[in-house]
Design a protein around this ligand. Structure first.
Ligand SMILES: *Cc1c(COP(=O)(O)O)cnc(C)c1O
Length: 426
């Protein structure tokens, strides 16, 4: 064996997996079982008391899911990960470890529409108060910090316009405030951006998008960077204080630099219950094997389509950070040198009606509410994903009435451009 550290593409295929010790199966088996037999009573007691690692029940952990967790932790450069049923489940489980009722977290306003909704309404009912900030104005994060702030939440490449967030600058604000920085890395995937390298303490994903990559399985994951000291200032009692349900152990003291991932599993997933099906874990693992190939093709196609649109007379503007003229191009060169992702927006001179007309004329692009599929997708955010926002908030989050969002797939770029050309011309 060489002592070379494996590269990203090697990790995407191999990390966390080995041939099945009993059957020799080379692909990771789907352990489609609810529960696992204990060796004896002592073994059972030690598993339940967190004195030993092992399988108990699939709501808490499963061997297929464990391969997925190890693989994504390796790709992101984290210490450990926890897979859950969806991206939204990942966000609930993360914040449940950090916030008590009455606490606050700061979130960038440019976010996936579903996250804006979840933070504004569902989390409010838990007593978790979101305070919005503007990722184009780093000082707005600083101004939002109060003694009740427990976390900062941003997207690396932000929905819907594909803008690039200055992770390092916001991480400096989080450090100063003594709170962890959570980065939703869904639109970038670790192939384009590894937020932990830029100061993130926790990374979350909707595995449903580029990581799974084929538009066939929901999933979410939480990656622990192992960087945050949870004992400072008594701000994070779930991690620093004795846990009555586990014989009074303190998670940070016992599990050190992967205590957060453990808390998410044994306090979050175990009690809230959004477990990932092992079948979905298998589908997503298979998707991740080709992540580097797909992601590069997604980005190369997106750049070609963005260039085509920028030169089309019916198009008013294109927001793609990979274009040299784009306001996020400097940040794209720094954070995502391999490509600026494959989700972006453009606006039409004909406004709302032209957007609706375009969507109805496209043939190869599917009109639906998803991103990060092998297939190219189109949506009009103002009437769908961002429809719950008022007009001012729509514009602030990059989803004004004239805006169309594309998620570029891995088809031949000439076919995508031809489809847009016929739909724009008609
Ligand atoms: C889709 C998405 C989510 C939510 O993930 P689900 O798997 O649909 O629950 C969160 N963040 C971003 C950026 C997304 O694109």
């Amino acid at each position: 064996m060489s002592d070379r550290l494996p590269g990203f593409s090697t990790l995407a295929v191999h990390a966390g997996a080995q041939p099945d010790p009993t059957t020799g199966a080379r692909a990771t088996p789907i352990y489609q079982t609810t529960s696992f037999v204990f060796n004896d009573a002592d073994h059972a007691a030690s598993l339940f008391g967190l004195q030993a690692f092992g399988n108990i029940y699939t709501r808490i952990g499963n061997p297929t899911n464990a391969v997925l967790e190890e693989r994504v932790a390796a790709l992101e450069g984290g210490t450990a990960a926890l897979a859950v049923a969806s991206g939204h489940a990942a966000q609930v489980v993360v914040l449940q470890q950090l916030l008590q009722p009455g606490d606050e977290f700061i979130a960038a306003r440019k976010l996936y529409g579903g996250s804006i909704n979840q933070f504004t309404h569902a989390f409010k009912s838990f007593g978790w108060n979101v305070v919005w900030a503007d990722s184009d104005d780093i000082a707005s994060f600083e101004r939002a910090v109060t003694p009740r702030t427990k976390a900062i939440f941003i997207e690396s490449i932000a929905n819907p316009a594909g803008s690039i967030t200055d992770i390092e600058a916001i991480s400096t604000v989080a450090r100063k405030a003594g709170v962890p920085l959570i980065v939703d890395n869904t639109l970038a995937s670790p192939y384009l951006i590894r937020p932990i390298d830029h100061g993130a303490d926790i990374v979350v994903h909707s595995l449903t998008k580029f990581l799974g990559g084929h538009g066939n399985s929901l999933g979410g994951i939480i990656v622990d960077a192992g960087t945050f000291d949870w004992s400072t200032g008594g701000k994070y009692p779930m991690l620093s204080e004795p846990r009555p349900e586990y014989h009074g152990i303190r998670l940070q003291e016992t599990f050190g630099n992967f205590a957060f991932a453990i808390a998410c599993r044994v306090l979050g997933l175990r009690d809230l219950g959004p477990a990932l099906s092992p079948f979905n874990a298998f589908m997503i693992l298979t998707g991740i094997e080709t992540l580097p190939l797909r992601m590069q093709k997604h980005c190369d196609n997106a750049k070609a389509v963005a260039e085509f649109l920028a030169g089309h007379p019916a198009v008013a503007s294109v927001n793609y950070a990979g274009l040299p003229s784009d306001k996020y191009n400097r940040l794209a060169r720094k954070y995502a040198p391999k490509g600026a992702g494959a989700v972006f927006t453009f606006s039409l001179k004909g406004g709302y009606d032209a957007g609706v007309n375009l969507v109805s004329k496209l043939q190869l692009f599917s009109h639906l509410a998803n991103v990060g599929d092998t297939r190219s997708l189109v949506i009009h955010p103002a009437s769908t994903t961002h429809s719950q926002l008022d007009d001012a908030a729509k514009i602030k989050s990059g989803a004004g009435p004239d805006v169309v969002r594309l998620s570029i797939g891995i088809e031949d770029k000439e076919d995508l451009i031809a489809d847009l050309e016929q739909a724009l011309g008609a």
